[in-house]
Design a protein around this ligand. Structure first.
Ligand code: HAS
Ligand code: CU
Length: 558
């Protein structure tokens, strides 16, 4: 009698071939370099709010807006997507115990490099001071837009790399539950692929032809709407790789287990469905969009709050399990027993704590009425430095502390310095955000070079401005320490003292094999649901608005 088919996939400690690991490693290097390069202007910007102008010492910069564009593009576009292009395929391959497609992997790397060269050229030569939001009618040189298109294509190639592995695995393992880690990795980039299409339409259909001169004028509201159509979901494309680490890797590092396989899958499915139809919450103050549609996007934004609450609950429970396994007692005593000496875990715990405040400020942003108070003030950068600037950035820093050793075969150098880096950064970001949030409530504008422009200044911004400067300086020091730790690790880390596997956690109970749970794996159910919601959320606006109103010429002010 033949053996019955096993239904739960037994994964092994699978290692990718060396050249595939190299492709991933070089992709990561681009990302971490972008992080470090981007924070220099971050420091200048933070000090400017404390009325200190250090920009004059940056000979390469022609204007504040050139620096702010570099900061935004490097830190939220290049850093995050380079990381995901490496991390998500690695997680998929490891969970499915199979190699990736080498040609596509290297093609993704090559496209990322090429896109970066074009975009960096445009920004460094001061032909793209349009900020990362790229709003028309501010106009950049075509190399800026084409470069970003190539960066997006690199993410699509990485998505295909993952889907190929995923479908091949499915063919070979009919009837099996997809391993959790592979499922949530694939869902993250499928969500991003769907979300990126409106931006592709905007750049290929409007911005690039306009920057080349084929299209003499542009529709600012339509292109801005297409931008946010993609760019609210973009924040979840940054966040989900961090969530993957919190859900499936952190429990192992803390000594706990994944609390629920189904809840984890369900949270990611909710992100797939709800991340995209919420973009109007960035446009509450824009004319030309009906209040009903703004209200609908507001309600859906509160919907997409829910999977993050579920994440908080689930990750906290996994941590508690770990703390108690290390001897922690009492209601909160387990927190102290978590392995705080592990720089990788500590960075991520600090990221989570900061994200609590990022979430609360997000809820206030999302409320149609309260948004009127904080929109375009420094409150908003206060919010996003506690989300992408710490929940994501610090998690990616924490992941680097095991991932770079894992891929290079060298042990992490100087753990105390690695720990100090995250603590200094976190204390910095909390002071910084306190400053930005409070000064924002006093009306201090964002995207504003305060140190050089006192025409509309207010004494009510002084305390917030100083806190912003102090916090921003600490954040800068934290990232520099991170850079030193990683650079020395890469060149001089002790060979052979690296982790032999990713820190992968077990789940409390195996995935269910009967009932409704296996349906969670069916992307063919969830992708159409996501598309229908997007049509409901954007269809009425597009139907009433189109055709495009090509009314504005381009402007280059700085
Ligand atoms: Fe946001 C603006 C609403 C999350 C990023 N956001 C921005 C901008 C950026 C950004 C970059 O509705 C500015 C864009 C620009 O340049 O104009 N945001 C939200 C809401 C959420 C939210 C409702 N944002 C994010 C995330 C981001 C991000 C995530 C990046 C990664 N945001 C808005 C709105 C605006 C906005 C409006 C427009 C404002 C305007 O007027 O311009 C929510 O998804 C947040 C949910 C989060 C939570 C927190 C869960 C907490 C967890 C940690 C648990 C802690 C543990 C600790 C376990 C519910 C999961 C345990 C540790 C121990 C040691 C015990
Ligand atoms: Cu948003």
């Amino acid at each position: 009698m033949s053996n019955p088919t096993p239904i739960v996939f037994e994964t092994t400690n699978y290692e990718l071939p060396a050249h595939q690991k190299r492709a991933l490693l070089w992709t990561l290097y681009i990302g971490y370099l972008a992080l470090v390069a981007g924070v220099f202007h971050g420091l200048a910007q933070a000090l400017s709010y404390a009325n200190i102008d250090i920009l004059q010492y940056f000979p390469i910069l022609r204007s504040y807006y050139q620096g702010l564009t570099a900061h935004g593009v490097a830190n939220v576009l290049i850093f995050t997507f380079s990381f995901s292009n490496a991390f998500l395929p690695l997680m998929t391959a490891r969970a499915l115990s199979r190699p990736l497609n080498s040609t596509l992997l290297w093609a993704s790397f090559g496209t990322l490099v090429f896109g970066n060269i074009l975009t960096v050229y445009a920004i460094v030569s001061n032909q793209a001071s349009v900020l990362y939001t790229s709003y028309a009618p501010l106009q950049a040189h075509w190399t800026y837009y084409v470069g970003l298109v190539f960066v997006v294509i690199s993410t699509w190639l990485s998505t295909i790399v993952m889907l190929l592995a995923f479908f091949q695995w499915r063919r070979e393992h009919p009837g099996m539950r997809v391993p959790l880690l592979a499922f949530i990795s694939v869902v993250s980039y499928v969500m991003w692929f769907l979300a990126s299409l409106p931006l592709a339409v905007s750049f290929l259909g409007f911005m690039i032809p306009w920057s080349i001169g084929i299209l003499p004028k542009i529709d600012p509201l339509l292109t801005r709407t297409l931008f946010w159509f993609t760019a609210h979901a973009i924040v979840y494309a940054w966040l989900l790789p961090a969530y993957i680490s919190w859900y499936v890797l952190v429990p192992r590092q803390a000594g706990g287990k994944v609390v629920s396989d189904s809840l984890t899958r369900f949270a990611f499915i909710l992100f797939l469905i709800l991340s995209i139809p919420t973009g109007f919450h960035h446009q509450y103050t824009d004319p030309g969009i009906s209040n009903v549609m703004k209200g609908l996007h507001g309600v859906l934004t509160f919907g997409v709050f829910f999977p993050s609450l579920a994440t908080a609950f689930s990750v906290m429970a996994a941590l508690e399990m770990g703390g108690r396994a290390h001897g922690g007692k009492g209601l909160l005593g387990w927190i102290l027993k978590l392995p705080w000496g592990d720089p990788s875990l500590t960075a991520q715990l600090l990221a989570m704590i900061t994200f609590v405040f990022g979430g609360i400020t997000g809820l206030i942003n999302a409320s149609l009425v309260m948004n009127q108070v904080i929109h375009n003030t420094t409150w908003v950068p206060g919010h996003f430095h506690m989300t992408v600037g710490s929940a994501v950035a610090l998690t990616l820093v924490g992941v680097a502390y095991w991932l770079i050793p894992y891929l290079t075969g060298r042990g992490l150098w100087n753990r105390p310095m690695a720990l100090a880096s995250s603590w200094i950064y976190t204390i910095g970001v909390l002071i910084f955000a306190r400053g930005m949030v409070s000064a924002g409530l006093e009306g201090m504008p964002r995207r504003f070079f305060r140190a050089a422009d006192n025409a509309y200044d207010s004494a009510a911004w002084d305390l917030g401005g100083i806190l912003t400067g102090v916090g921003g300086t600490l954040m800068f020091v934290g990232i520099m320490l991170f850079f030193v730790v990683i650079a020395v690790t890469i060149f001089f880390g002790r060979k052979g003292e690296h982790p032999r596997d990713i820190p992968w956690s077990e789940t409390l109970t195996a995935p269910a094999l009967t009932g409704w749970q296996p349906k969670l794996d069916q992307l063919k159910i969830w992708i159409p649901v996501a598309i229908v919601l997007v049509i409901i959320a954007y269809g009425p606006f597009l139907v009433s608005y189109l055709p495009p109103r090509l009314l504005s010429q381009g402007y280059q002010f700085w």
